[in-house]
Design a protein around this ligand. Structure first.
Ligand SMILES: Nc1ncnc2c1ncn2[C@@H]1O[C@H](COP(=O)(O)OP(=O)(O)OP(=O)(O)O)[C@@H](O)[C@H]1O
Ligand SMILES: O=C(O)c1ccc[n+]([C@@H]2O[C@H](COP(=O)([O-])O)[C@@H](O)[C@H]2O)c1
Length: 197
């Protein structure tokens, strides 16, 4: 059975931390493919600087082009918002009955799972590959046999960090996957002003 790891996120924007993590998981956790599922609207995040879902999806596609084992997954684009992960998992399982799906998430995300819609069901039914994120401890996972704690190296970068610096006119080219920096400039994302180079 094909094993696919799902990395859900807002990807506002995608950065090298997301890619390094996806790479690490595929190479160390026997995953055939990694799909980055772009969520138009996280139920918990109210953000003024949330770029459109289509543009965030486009940036993920740019970052993953020519990488056949990594896919930008647009399934949530045609689903109701906000994006509840349990609903997405059900749709993906219907579309791909021959696939074994796992979830990949940082300690920042797993801490909030008890508050998610059907959070208990997600933890009970899916294998969760968890990795450390700076500032977020691993919660008590004794009763959760499906959780696999990995020691993926921590890259202390976040979309928030990148957005803040872009807003201040900084060049974040090496924090962003190839091509994404150009896309951000061309579409004047995060800075509020179009620039050329
Ligand atoms: N530097 C990183 N290294 C590894 N995983 C990361 C990193 N940044 C984000 N992730 C993970 O990627 C997934 C999607 O994250 P998300 O799109 O929220 O990125 P983010 O950088 O945390 O964004 P923001 O700063 O806007 O909250 C989450 O599971 C998150 O833990
Ligand atoms: O299903 C839920 O109740 C739920 C609650 C909070 C977050 N999520 C999902 O978790 C993912 C992480 O989001 P983000 O914005 O932190 O990258 C994203 O796909 C959200 O839709 C899902």
């Amino acid at each position: 059975m094909t094993h696919i790891g799902l990395l859900f996120g807002s990807f506002n924007p995608i950065h090298i931390g997301h890619l390094a993590l996806a790479n690490y998981m595929r190479e160390t956790q026997a995953m055939d493919e990694i799909w980055l599922v772009v969520s138009p609207q996280n139920p918990f995040k109210i953000s003024n600087d949330l770029t459109s879902g289509d543009q965030r999806l486009r940036m993920v596609q740019i970052a993953l082009r020519n990488r056949p084992h990594y896919r930008a997954c647009d399934v949530e684009m045609s689903m109701p918002v906000p994006s509840f992960t349990i609903d997405t998992l059900r749709v993906l399982e219907q579309q791909h009955p021959d696939v074994n799906f796992s979830l990949i998430m940082g300690t920042d995300i797993i801490q909030s799972i008890p508050q998610w819609r059907n959070g208990q069901e997600i933890v009970a039914r899916y294998r969760l590959y968890v990795y450390p994120r700076p500032g977020y401890d691993l919660p008590d996972l004794e009763a959760t046999p499906n959780v696999v704690v990995t020691d993926a190296p921590m890259l202390d970068v976040s979309s928030t960090f990148i957005r803040q610096h872009l807003k201040n006119g900084k060049d974040m080219c090496f924090y962003l996957p190839a091509g994404v920096d150009d896309y951000i400039r061309e579409h004047a994302l995060y800075s509020g002003a179009a620039t050329s180079r």
